[in-house]
Design a protein around this ligand. Structure first.
Ligand SMILES: [Mn+2]
Length: 336
């Protein structure tokens, strides 16, 4: 597939989550240079996979670096579930709605967005302008023979979304609709930015060290004929008991999505992977390697190849020192 003229390729960058300084280090490692406040490369462009905000020590820096690049035409970005959550959290529900805010201000949701609101506390107008920007971010991108989405490329839903919004950018009406369970907008936002999950059997929970309790587990979309939970689980937490071997029911299989081996290369973030970056399949790369939990901020240097190559991952390791002053760096905060 031919790239745009004058372009050697795209550098796709996974979930930054407020690791602004780490992002700058990664961009410099990739050969981007700061020119008048915008990181530029003579022959390459960046694509961010979403989730710039929440959890990290330098959220303002992360958003500012990314937005300046996007505004200057040096980068593109898709919306992550954290940008989506922030939009819903900060927008009052229309009158007649059952709730006050589009996303409830309950302890769990408060905690997920807390660091972002803290760091923008003194900069309310800046935060407002970023929220307005978040609403303009496309949910998915397809360009030059490759695809980008934050969590899951579900072809039927993407097709229907693009019929309604040809550039993948939603609006306030869609955002409001998406907070109603069962609506088309809810299915789109949930699947594209959060992926698929399977509920755990009654009485079974996954308890993370940070106090979050989960009653479902995250699943991937690249096993053609999955038989058991273990065939599709894709998350850092192990399944409790012997659930790896538990057969999937027909109803559970119905909940899953499937991305064919023959489809264009796809880049996703979202899944808190650990360790050395690896490819789940030759046409799928996940670039979220838990940067904000002292993992790696990962990029993939794509030059137009149809089969991806694990040698094209580039990363910066995040050490406790590199996010000094930030206490929440242990592998705990595992919200969404
Ligand atoms: Mn994320």
């Amino acid at each position: 597939m031919a790239l745009q003229a004058g372009l050697d390729g795209y550098d796709l960058i996974g979930d930054v989550h407020g690791c602004g300084r780490t992002l700058v280090r990664l961009l410099e490692k990739l050969g981007y240079r700061d020119e008048d406040g915008v990181y530029r490369h003579p022959r390459r462009k960046v694509i961010f996979l979403g989730d710039l905000i929440d959890r990290g020590p330098n959220i303002r820096l992360a958003v500012s670096v990314a937005k300046r690049m996007v505004d200057a035409g040096e980068a593109q970005i898709v919306m992550g579930n954290h940008e989506y959550n922030a939009l819903a959290y900060c927008l009052e529900a229309p009158s007649g709605h059952a709730r006050e805010w589009l996303r409830d201000h309950n302890p769990r949701n408060n905690r997920i967005i807390a660091r972002t609101l803290e760091q923008f506390h003194e900069y309310p107008l800046e935060w407002e302008s970023y929220l307005a920007w978040f609403l303009t971010l496309p949910l998915c991108l397809e360009l030059d023979g490759m695809r980008v989405v934050h969590a899951c490329w579900d072809e039927p839903l993407v097709t229907r979304l693009l019929e309604r919004y040809p550039d993948g950018r939603i609006d306030r009406e869609f955002l409001v609709e998406s907070t109603r369970h069962g609506s088309f907008a809810h299915r789109v936002m949930d699947r594209l930015t959060r992926g698929t999950q399977i509920p755990l059997p009654p009485g079974v929970e996954i308890r993370s060290g940070d106090g979050f309790t989960r009653r479902s587990f995250r699943t991937h979309f690249w096993c053609r004929n999955p038989g058991t939970y273990g065939d599709v689980v894709f998350q850092p937490d192990n399944l409790p008991h012997d659930l790896e071997d538990r057969p999937l029911s027909d109803a559970e299989r119905e909940r899953l999505s499937w991305y064919p081996e023959t489809a264009p290369p796809l880049f996703i973030g979202h899944y808190w992977c650990r360790g050395v970056p690896a490819l789940p399949r030759a046409n799928i790369a996940c670039l979220d390697y838990s940067a904000v939990k002292c993992g790696r901020l990962v990029a993939y240097r794509w030059d137009g190849e149809e089969r991806l190559d694990a040698d094209r991952f580039v990363w910066v390791r995040v050490t406790p020192e590199s996010i000094a002053g930030f206490s929440d760096v242990t592998p705990r905060a595992r919200g969404e």
